[in-house]
Ligand binder design. Structure first.
Ligand code: GTP
Ligand code: MG
Length: 220
């Protein structure tokens, strides 16, 4: 399995936040950024081990590949201001739960369910938020399951629970999301109503293919 680093920020940010409050929070955040990095690294290792376990026991790798990234300070500030959050470290820690992010790209929908089940059995992980955009796709057609886990970490002997957002999707869902994202921010960023309808339709067709591939896999 390949671990790729990083993905592009969801939105291009034009504004620089250099006001006193923002600068202060980012200075404070710089001191705890490592906690997110350590948690992310351990979570990626855990996922690789689960994939390895499946390969050893069932001769099947549920994870096709993974990507991981730490949200940039600019992107954290953009999100806090866009959402109208109070600009302080407490709010950053409590409400910006996608600083550490992983995309787990699986072969089949059943692989996603299996990996989630294995993660739920881990003692040093708890779940904060689940958004199931496979059962309930977004209006755009977007499908994935987003789970915010909190991972138990020990920083200078203090227990802390660090949030990590994992986006689980199939190869087909990832293909659609990458291209749709590229199209959305290409040129003036405008997508006609007709093309929006087409994109939603293609997402549905890809989901149908996912289900059909799954059926062939289950016969093996
Ligand atoms: P953010 O502030 O962007 O994190 O939004 P949010 O907290 O409301 O989370 P949401 O559940 O909407 O998911 C956010 C992430 O999911 C984005 O950063 C994208 O990676 C992905 N995503 C959500 N909707 C879409 C979509 O319509 N198209 C694509 N390509 N990606 C999407
Ligand atoms: Mg996000």
């Amino acid at each position: 399995m390949i671990l790729q680093k990083g993905w592009a920020a969801a939105r291009p940010y034009e504004k620089v936040y250099d006001d006193e409050e923002s600068v202060k929070v980012l200075q404070q955040y710089a001191k705890i950024e490592k906690d997110y990095r350590y948690a992310l690294r351990e979570m990626c290792a855990k996922l690789e081990n689960l994939d390895d376990y499946c390969s050893t026991n069932f001769s099947h790798n549920p994870i096709h590949h993974m990507e991981s990234r730490i949200k940039s300070p600019e992107s954290i500030m953009e999100k806090m201001h866009r959402r109208g959050y109070k600009i302080d470290l407490r709010t950053l820690k409590d409400l910006v739960y996608d600083i550490a992010g992983i995309r787990v790209i699986c072969n089949y929908v059943s692989d996603i369910e299996y990996i989630i089940k294995l993660l739920m059995q881990q003692r040093n992980l708890r779940i904060r938020i689940i958004k199931d955009y496979i059962a309930n796709p977004k209006k755009s057609g977007y499908r994935s399951i987003h789970i915010v886990f909190e991972k138990q970490m020990f920083v200078e002997n203090e227990e802390v629970w660090i949030p990590i957002e994992i986006q689980f999707r199939t190869i087909a869902m990832d293909m659609w999301a990458s291209l749709e994202h590229e199209l959305r921010y290409k040129g003036d960023g405008h997508i006609s109503k007709e093309d929006e309808d087409n994109l939603r339709k293609y997402a549905e067709q890809l989901y149908e293919i996912d289900m059909n591939m799954q059926k062939i896999f289950e016969k093996k």
